[in-house]
Ligand binder design. Structure first.
Ligand code: TXA
Ligand code: MG
Length: 477
């Protein structure tokens, strides 16, 4: 029996396929294998087949580089692996200068051949999705393919062993650790450079699992979970004594939520323990809404990343405190709005801490500088289109030597002079599209080194209020 290992990396749109046992490659000839589309392949190298398939399907030429490990190394630029694909049985490999990369391995050649083809077609599906968005045939479900191809048991074991695993949720990516392992939790604080007085949210997979971390679940808290879970709502509950106090930054309350994301729930199921996880970004920087953001921010510091593509909401969960049975206090604004809470609980008082009632203290995390891009961000005043354009032209003219970018809705983008850079966040008619792209846009501003960024304002109601909270904090000095 011969062992085969294969790593696939996509960098800047190029597919880099790396055979770690190059000498076995000729053995693939003559091994009949079935392409996922049902086509039987006989005597053709998988990468040749892939190239041909890609060309005939969408007329795109792709470059596939095959080489042995040592030679692959120069192809992997410093901490710039933009995408990394691995299959069912994954192993960690050290390439070149101890760079950790993942690869897949199989026990025998016929299985390997079939798996390689499946793997290639998945990588291909993902690559096309990334580069061309909507050209994928409607029956190809990329998230499902990505979900099928990852080894959650292995990720779950890493959590139990006290290692950090980054994973997608429906809001933003989380940087997870075993909630009952204080050493593991401390690793999160170190990796993020997070102040020790900022508590972490604990993620569980079911209402039953809440009792592992919470001493009691009050009636109102149970109703909140029944209405909004799984989903982007974090509820503060009295903490169980055996949950390490480092998780809650010594608070007697623990924030708990059940994420509505297949990948996150799969990881929780495999880990079999609650997972403490803040957003997977360095403290103060925009939250990660795509696995590429996590890889860019942490590189080899966080080698285990569940690849889940873009997140749905793109903005964090709402943190609430069911204060007594009549009052819901919003401790941090988020994807679930005050209006939604009020509609669901019409007889309850719903208050935003620090805004509706300045005596109520909001979550510790809200006092820190957050989400800031490297360039200077200014939120433009809410205005009519005519006044907005005039204001914009004025600030652009005042800064002739800066590299300027405007973040705005597609409705306002038409008002911007052609030569000025802009990132369209979404449509004003669908504020969730704006919310979903804010963090990605701020990170793009860093990548493109814009020194001056101007963001459009949105009316402070519903999701617009959360969007404005994030933008104003990102703009704070
Ligand atoms: O959507 C989310 O909530 C994401 C995903 C990964 O679940 N997580 C997230 O975590 O945004 P983080 O650490 O970036 O923000 C958590 C916020 C902070 O403002 C923190 O102060 C607050 O929740 N928080 C957590 N536990 C708390 C507690 N026991 N009391 C008061 N505030 C708490
Ligand atoms: Mg955060």
């Amino acid at each position: 029996m011969q062992r085969v290992a294969l790593a696939v990396i996509i960098h800047k749109g190029k597919l880099i396929v790396e055979h770690l046992r190059e000498e076995i490659r000729p053995s693939f000839r003559g091994v009949p294998a079935v392409l996922p589309g049902g086509k039987v392949l006989d005597g053709e190298l998988p990468e040749v087949a892939l190239k041909r398939e890609v060309k005939s399907d969408i007329g795109m030429d792709i470059e596939i580089v095959s080489c042995i490990a040592e030679r692959a190394h120069p192809l992997i630029p410093e901490s710039r692996i933009s995408y990394f694909f691995c299959s069912v049985n994954t192993v960690n490999l050290t390439i070149g200068n101890k760079k950790k990369v993942k690869s897949a391995e199989w026990e025998d050649l016929p299985t390997a051949a079939v798996h390689m083809l499946t793997l290639f077609s998945r990588v291909f599906a993902f690559l096309v999705q990334q580069l061309y968005g909507n050209v994928l045939p409607p029956n190809v479900n990329v998230p499902e393919l990505m979900w099928l191809s990852q080894d959650f048991e292995r990720f779950g074991a890493k959590i139990r062993e006290g290692e950090l695993v980054a994973f997608p949720t429906e809001t933003v990516y989380g940087l997870g650790a075993h909630a009952f392992d204080s050493f593991a939790v401390e690793k999160i604080f170190r990796a993020k450079n997070r102040p020790a007085d900022n508590p972490l949210i604990v993620h569980v997979s079911s209402v039953e699992q809440l009792h592992e971390v919470a001493q009691t679940v009050p009636k109102l808290a149970t109703s909140l979970f029944m209405h909004f879970s799984p989903g982007p709502l974090t509820v503060l509950l009295p903490k169980n004594d055996n949950l390490p106090s480092v998780v809650t930054a010594h608070s007697s309350l623990v924030g708990v939520r059940i994420p509505a994301n297949l990948f996150a729930l799969e990881l929780l199921a495999a880990a079999r323990v609650p997972i403490a996880a803040p957003s997977a970004n360095k403290s103060g920087k925009p939250s990660a809404t795509h696995h590429a953001h996590v890889i860019n921010a942490f590189g080899s510091e966080v080698p285990h990343v569940v690849l889940g593509g873009p997140t749905t909401f793109g903005i964090e969960s709402t943190v609430v405190l069911p204060k007594n049975e009549e009052q819901i206090v919003i401790m941090r604004q988020g994807a679930i709005t005050k209006e939604e809470l009020k509609t669901t609980f019409p007889t309850h008082e719903v208050l935003i801490a620090g805004e509706d009632d300045t005596n109520l203290r909001s979550s510790p995390g809200t006092k820190y500088k957050h989400y800031a891009p490297n360039g200077k961000l200014t939120v433009l005043p809410l205005n009519s289109k005519k006044k907005w354009r005039a204001h914009l032209l004025k600030v652009i003219n005042e800064n002739p030597h800066e590299s300027v970018c405007i973040l705005c809705s597609k409705e306002f983008a038409t008002l911007i002079p052609k030569k000025v850079n802009r990132i369209i966040l979404g449509s004003e008619r669908d504020l969730s599209s704006i919310a979903a792209s804010i963090f990605g846009a701020l990170l793009e501003c860093d990548a493109k080194r814009y020194s001056l960024v101007f963001a459009q304002s949105f009316p402070r109601k519903g999701l617009g209020r959360t969007i404005m909270e994030r933008l104003t904090r990102a703009a704070a000095n």
